[in-house]
Structures are given as C-alpha cells and as structure tokens.
Write a protein that binds this ligand. Structure first.
Ligand SMILES: Cc1cc2nc3c(=O)[nH]c(=O)nc-3n(C[C@H](O)[C@H](O)[C@H](O)COP(=O)(O)OP(=O)(O)OC[C@H]3O[C@@H](n4cnc5c(N)ncnc54)[C@H](O)[C@@H]3O)c2cc1C
Length: 488
C-alpha cells in the first residue's frame, strides 16, 4: 500500500496519482525507506531527495511519464544500476524531481545472428547481457567491476569504458543505435542496427555520454564480436611505466593486436587489496614496481591450436615475447594463469581495487586520461607533489588506453581533514592540462566534476553544449544541474 505523499510546493496533488495511473501504484515508491537505496550513490558521497521513484516497464510508459512531468514542472533523473561514480543519478533536494528507474525494463528484445547484433532494454544488467551473448558463442566485450549491477542504459549514458577498451573501444564504439524518450515525451527510434546511416546529425552520439540530460535511453542495439577461442592471462612486474608501454606495443605487434586488457596495478594497490581481501594475493613473490594484468585473446583457430606440450600457439608466441623482454630488463617477473580458476582470481583482484581503496581510508579520485607517452611523466610529477602535500596515493589504470584512476588517500580520517585537497586538485589539473590530458576519462561529469568542467573545458565547447541542451530540453526537465554547468 502506498503511503500518503507530502505535498511538494508547486506540484499538483494529482501528480503522484498520475504516475500510479501510468505504471501501477506498486511501481511508484514514495516512502523514505523504499526510496533510500535510490537516493544515495555507491560512493556514499552524494545523497538527494525525490517526490517518488517511478519504475516503468515499457517505453510507452516512459513517454507518458515524461509528458506528465513536463506539464507538472517536475524534473526527471534517470537511473540504472546506481553504480555511477560522479553523482549524476542522484537528484538534488532543492528541485522537485522523480527518479525514473529503468530496472524493470530488462528484456533482451532481439538477437540478430546474421548481423551479429543484439537489441536490449536499457535496464538490462551488463553481466546479464554478457552471459546472454556468450551462450550464443559471441562476445559483448564491455566489462568492469560493477558489471553485476550496472545497466546498459547507464553504460551508454556515461559512455563507460572499463578493461577492454584497448581492443574494442568504449560503449560508444560498441553501440549501433538507441531508442530514447526525448524531453518532450516523443520517442526516437534508432534501433535499425545499420552500420552505415549518414542521414544528418547523429542523435545516438549526442545521447551517449549525455548522463541523462538530453533524454532517457530506453533500449540500444550493440555490435557483437567473435568469442576468443583462446586467452592467455598474466600478471607482470615491469621495470617502469615506460617499460610497460614498450611491452604493450611489442605484444600487440607480435600477436596481431590481440591485447584485450592491460591494467596497471602497482604494489601499494596490491597491498591495499590484500589488506581488504586477504584471499587475494599477488601471484608474484616480492614487491612489484609496475604491475600489469595482461590478457590476450584470439578467435583464430590457428592461435588456439596446441603443441605437444599442450601450449596454444598464442601462449607460445606470448611467452617468446615475454622472455625477450625479460632479457632486455623491461619485464622483471611474470606469472601466467594456468587455469580458468587462476585467471578469474587475477580478475577478481583487479575488480576489487575500488572497494579496497574505499576501505583504506578517506580518498579523492581522479579519473583522467593522457597520451601514453606522457603517463610516466604525469605519475612522477604527481606522486612527488602529492607526497610533498602530505597525501598517500593509490593509482590504478586501464593503462592500455591511457586512463588512470589516481586516488589521493589517507588512512587517518582526522588527518585527511587537515590536508590541502584543493591545492592538490589545482596542481593536478594544471599538470594534466600541460600534458594534454582529459580530466574525465570514463566516469563522466555528473555533479562531482562540474567545477572542473567550468574551469577547464574550452569555452566554445561549453557554449555548444549549452545550446544543444537548451534546444532539446528548453524547459530543463532532464537531470538538471548535471554535466553542463550554467544551464538551469
Ligand atoms: C566497483 C565499480 C567499478 C567501476 N568501474 C568502472 C570502469 O572501469 N569504467 C567505467 O566507465 N565505469 C566504471 N564504474 C562506474 C559505473 O559503473 C559506470 O558509470 C556505469 O556505466 C553506470 O551504470 P549504471 O546503470 O549504474 O548508471 P547510474 O549510476 O544509474 O547512472 C549514471 C548516469 O547515467 C544516467 N542514466 C542512467 N540510466 C540512463 C538511461 N537509461 N538513460 C539516460 N540516462 C541514464 C544517470 O542519470 C546518471 O547521470 C565503476 C563503478 C563501480 C561501483
């Protein structure tokens, strides 16, 4: 039974009844306990308020909700799995808003065997899509630690990246089209799955990465890939970041560009993971200077053929490269997973890193990208600066695509309060700008990086974004105050 809703200033008393009429009263949550999980983000850094959480089951319902909100002056914050790390899916308390949860829209609509595409509702959980596709002997390569709870709608809205971008690109590159409800309630149907369609501005590309500010993505069509027949997964200790990048390129050259993941995990992060999850230990003995989780994969039958010793051609080729690089000193030590179970442990170690850092103490996280040639330079200057200001650091990264997750940390919460975080941020962004980096690589802007967006994004680009926002959402009902600074 729905509880009585407190009247919200400026919002008609019939509004919630209208929502119930569209989705059914059991799918309109209004009491605080039921809404709590939707109103605080994964990091527990952001919390907000809403008139209701509304859970439609079909695009046509989303369209009616948007029209109703438009006429009532209520703002809409779309939400998928609520695993976003920029606070974009949490509404402000000071604006009358609803959360539109896509969780019930979780059907796989269509699998096209000939075209190797899949059409899925926005609320489908990433891991469920991976599993569905794998059962058809294909691969949907997007993957990262939150795969068990994030949704493909959220992945599109944030243009998520993850561990396999080095080979397959980010979510934008995997998507062939979207269906979306625009801020006036109209439905944009772009689910043809065509690989060529030059018929004007690409609305799909505007919606991808728009973090719910231009419309609600209700479904999408994705490209699928051959499933690797063989994989080799290894944990490497390298002499330096430069050595790691040389190693990446050498392996790419020798294995026909088959690097699927190249993840940076240095010793302090390994130690933090071991502390938080004692069963997850480094596979190498002794400290690791520059640790990398490497995975190569191939769907070529010739790469999957085994020799008399049971080693695949791909593994033999990789081992040869690793041995050469050990001789040059670029690689210090290596552990190769010899079973699927060992491979999964290595991945669990990688995917537990964020939780381990959160448990370590207080932290501030940069999600940045740099040209590969400048990464070592950035790390050296940034580490020195952070130490000088009294911070510890825990840095990981999707090194293969130039993305670092650089965290300033302090195990002691009280001491953290005394550290000059603003000064460290200013210096970090100056350094990043000097080295041609981006201040937001894959997590988006949401509410956490609006100040940086205002400060660092080129004025011409910001003006264009504001013009697009006003043109598509003149009443400003879609996720206000997020992503684009200076538009209400
Ligand atoms: C442990 C962990 C590891 C992570 N690792 C990575 C990583 O490696 N790479 C990476 O890119 N991200 C990573 N993330 C961040 C996060 O998982 C991604 O941003 C993910 O894409 C968010 O999906 P979601 O469904 O949870 O979106 P939500 O958090 O629900 O929403 C995120 C944003 O998208 C909007 N939105 C959601 N659904 C829709 C929709 N259907 N239409 C329009 N707008 C919508 C929301 O309004 C919000 O602005 C990680 C998060 C965690 C907790």
């Amino acid at each position: 039974m729905r509880q009585a809703v407190k009247p919200v200033e400026g919002v008609s008393a019939d509004f919630v009844d209208g929502l119930c009429g569209i989705v059914g009263p059991e799918h309109v949550l209004t009491d605080a306990a039921a809404m709590a999980g939707y109103l605080t983000d994964w990091t527990r850094q952001f919390s907000g308020g809403a008139i209701a959480v509304v859970r439609p089951s079909a695009t046509e319902q989303v369209s009616r909700i948007v029209r109703l909100c438009g006429s009532a002056g209520v703002r809409i914050v779309p939400q998928g799995g609520n695993t976003g790390l920029a606070g974009g899916g949490i509404p402000s308390r000071d604006v009358p808003s609803i959360i539109l949860s896509l969780k019930r829209m979780n059907a796989i609509r269509h699998f096209d065997e000939a075209g190797r595409t899949v059409v899925a509702d926005a609320g489908v959980v990433l891991e469920a899509l991976q599993t569905y596709v794998e059962a058809r002997d294909l691969l949907f390569p997007l993957t990262f630690g939150a795969k068990g709870s994030c949704s493909i709608g959220g992945n599109l809205a944030t243009n998520a990246g993850g561990s396999n971008v080095v080979r397959y690109g980010n979510t934008r590159e995997l998507c062939l089209g979207v269906e979306a409800v625009l801020p006036d309630g109209s439905v944009f149907n772009g689910l043809t799955g065509l690989r060529k369609d030059n018929t004007g501005y690409d609305l799909k590309d505007l919606l991808i990465g728009s973090e719910g500010t231009l419309g609600i993505i209700t479904a999408a069509v994705f490209k699928l890939f051959p499933k690797p027949l063989t994989r080799v997964t290894a944990f490497l200790s390298m002499a330096s970041v430069e050595a790691a990048i040389r190693t990446l390129n050498r392996i790419q050259d020798r294995t026909g560009q088959s690097v699927e993941a190249f993840e940076y995990i240095p010793q302090p992060v390994l130690s933090a993971v071991e502390k938080a999850f004692p069963d997850l230990k480094s596979p190498l003995e002794g400290p690791v200077e520059t640790g990398v989780l490497l995975e190569v994969g191939s769907s070529r039958v010739s790469d999957a053929r085994t020799d008399d010793a049971g080693s695949t051609y791909l593994a033999t080729e990789l081992l040869a490269v690793l041995e050469e690089l050990m001789e040059t000193g670029d690689i210090v030590d290596a552990a190769i997973a010899t079973s699927e179970q060992q491979r999964l442990v290595l991945w669990r170690m990688r995917e537990s890193v964020l939780e381990a850092i959160m448990e370590y103490g207080a932290s501030y996280h940069f999600d940045i990208s740099l040209p590969l040639a400048n990464i070592s330079w950035f790390l050296q200057e940034m580490d020195a600066m952070a130490a000088e200001l009294g911070f510890e650091t825990l840095t990981i990264g999707h090194l293969g695509d130039g993305n670092l997750h650089y965290a300033l940390v302090c195990a002691d919460q009280d001491r953290w309060q005394t550290l000059p975080l603003d000064q460290a941020k200013t210096k970090a962004f100056e350094l990043l700008t000097r080295l041609n980096g981006s201040f937001s690589a894959e997590h988006g802007i949401g509410q956490s990086k609006l100040d940086v967006m205002r400060m660092l994004k080129e004025p011409a680009q910001l003006d264009a974004m504001r013009a697009i926002k006003r043109a598509l959402d003149p009443e400003g009902i879609m996720n206000p105050g997020r992503l684009v600074p200076g538009v209400e």
